[in-house]
Design a protein around this ligand. Structure first.
Ligand SMILES: Cc1cc2nc3c(=O)[nH]c(=O)nc-3n(C[C@H](O)[C@H](O)[C@H](O)COP(=O)(O)O)c2cc1C
Length: 214
C-alpha cells in the first residue's frame, strides 16, 4: 500500500487512511482486509497502527500479542499527519470494557492541533472493532468512537444495512468480529463486512470530495 496505482495516480485520487490498534491480531486482520479493499477500489491507502502503550513485559507474557507485534512491526505507526492527509479515515480498535482502546484513543487525543485548525472536518470516517464475547461491547465501542467524530465535524459513513450481507453479520455501526479470546479467527462473515464497509467508504468519500470541490 501507499503506492498510487497507475490507473488513477494523481491529485484526484482518493486518499484513505486505515488507522488501527490491535493486541492479538484480530483488528489487524480486519484493517488489512479494509485497506486492500480500498486500494482495489482505486484509493491510495495508508495502513497505520497506533503506537503501543503497554509495557513490553505485558506483551511478552501473551504469545498471541508478542506474535502480532512481530508480524506487524513493518506497518508504520500512525501520526496526525496521516489523518490530515486522508479524505477518509477508518479507525479500528478492539473493545476495552465496551470502549475504545487507550492506544487508539492516544492517536485521537493527539489530533487537537488539527481540530483547532478545522482540518478534521468534512472528511469521511468509519469504524471497526472486535470483542471476545458476543454482545461484549462492539456497538458501544463504535458509538464511543463516533462521539469523537462528531467533535471533528466528520461525516460518518456507517454501513447500515446497505448490503444484503449486513443481515448476516448484523452490525450496522461498522465491521465487528467476535474472537472468543483468539479461538475464532477473523472469518468470511467479518471479511465480507470489512469489504462492504471499505467499498462504501470509498464511494461516499469520492462523492463528498467531488461535491466539496465543485
Ligand atoms: C483490558 C481488556 C478489556 C477487554 N474488554 C472486553 C469487553 O468488554 N468485552 C469483550 O467481549 N472483550 C473484551 N476484551 C477482549 C478483546 O476486546 C478481544 O479479544 C478483541 O477481539 C481483541 O482484538 P485484537 O486481537 O485485535 O487485539 C478485552 C480485552 C482486554 C485486554
Amino acid at each position: 500500500m501507499n503506492t498510487p496505482t497507475t490507473a488513477d495516480a494523481g491529485s484526484a485520487q482518493l486518499k484513505v487512511a486505515v488507522i488501527y490498534y490491535s493486541s492479538t491480531g484480530t483488528v489487524a486482520a480486519l484493517a488489512k482486509e479494509i485497506g486492500e479493499t480500498a486500494e482495489k477500489a482505486g484509493a491510495e491507502v495508508r495502513l497505520r497502527r497506533a503506537p503501543e502503550l503497554a509495557p513490553q513485559s505485558a506483551i511478552d507474557s501473551n504469545p498471541a500479542w508478542a506474535e502480532n507485534q512481530r508480524a506487524t512491526a513493518d506497518i508504520p505507526e500512525a501520526s496526525p499527519e496521516d489523518v490530515e492527509w486522508a479524505d477518509a479515515v477508518l479507525f479500528g480498535t478492539p473493545t476495552r470494557f465496551g470502549n475504545v482502546s487507550s492506544q487508539l484513543k492516544q492517536v485521537l487525543d493527539q489530533l487537537g492541533g488539527l481540530w483547532a485548525e478545522g482540518k478534521l472536518a468534512d472528511k469521511v470516517y468509519s469504524g471497526f472493532t472486535s470483542s471476545a464475547s458476543l454482545h461484549g461491547g462492539q456497538e458501544t465501542t463504535l458509538l464511543a468512537l463516533y462521539t469523537t467524530i462528531h467533535h471533528f465535524g466528520g461525516l460518518i459513513a456507517a454501513p447500515g444495512y446497505t448490503d444484503p450481507s449486513k443481515f448476516t453479520d448484523g452490525n450496522p455501526y461498522g465491521t465487528s468480529h467476535t474472537d472468543a479470546q483468539g479461538a475464532n479467527p477473523v472469518d468470511e462473515t467479518a471479511r465480507t463486512a470489512a469489504r462492504v464497509q471499505a467499498e462504501r467508504v470509498v464511494r461516499i468519500a469520492r462523492g463528498v470530495k467531488a461535491g466539496l470541490a465543485a
